[in-house]
Design a protein around this ligand. Structure first.
Ligand SMILES: Cc1cc2nc3c(=O)[nH]c(=O)nc-3n(C[C@H](O)[C@H](O)[C@H](O)COP(=O)(O)O)c2cc1C
Length: 176
């Protein structure tokens, strides 16, 4: 991680989401960072956040069909040179986090790598976050319900904000 050792003055938590679980998680991260005195803003990647005010970034997105959706990767790609010069932490949200097996962790790590544009600097030196999300089958469009059925994923709400808070506090302690 380049930029290590420089004082972090303001953190941007940037997230992608389809159904809101990743937004809830990102907002908890922002609250947790601010709670320990680290100024933090939380922005959807869809709002094309401006990085100029920030000296560290937390990136997060949900997994669908074993992959991230394009918006976060596109934003990272666009801002890669700036991001490589500041501390970055990464988290993913997915139903497979519930089975905390080595295979599930490995698969999620591969998904996270895909958000980092092959950069060895992004996400380096900070723990990765893997958080369980939520699936409300009634809110899904038909093709996604089919995808869910094929992937044998159950519906449920597994968001654990205490776990998210603990991770964010760990990140804050490394940034300050
Ligand atoms: C159609 C569909 C496919 C999914 N595929 C995966 C998957 O491959 N791996 C996984 O861990 N979670 C998967 N999930 C679970 C989502 O990552 C989870 O619902 C997450 O909370 C969605 O985030 P969001 O609410 O921020 O959009 C899938 C969910 C749906 C609805």
């Amino acid at each position: 991680m380049r930029g290590r050792g420089a004082a972090v003055s303001r953190v941007l938590v940037v997230f992608d989401t389809k159904f809101g679980a990743t937004r809830d998680i990102a907002e908890e991260i922002g609250r947790s960072l601010r709670g320990v005195g680290l100024p933090a803003d939380v922005e959807a990647v869809a709002a094309a956040p401006d990085l100029s005010k920030y000296s560290a970034v937390v990136l997060g997105a949900p997994v669908f069909g074993g992959k991230l959706e394009p918006p976060l990767c596109d934003w990272v790609h666009e801002h890669l040179a700036t991001l490589e010069n500041m501390p970055t932490a990464v988290f993913v949200v997915g139903a497979s986090v519930r089975d905390d097996t080595p295979e599930a962790r490995e698969a999620l790590d591969r998904v996270m790598d895909s958000a980092l544009c092959g950069s060895e600097h992004l996400g380096a030196g900070l723990p990765r976050g893997r958080f369980a999300g939520r699936i409300d089958a009634d809110k899904l469009p038909a093709p996604m319900r089919f995808m869910l059925h094929m992937a044998k994923l159950p519906a449920g709400d597994w968001v654990d904000l205490d776990e998210v808070h603990a991770w964010a506090i760990g990140i804050a302690s490394r940034l300050t």
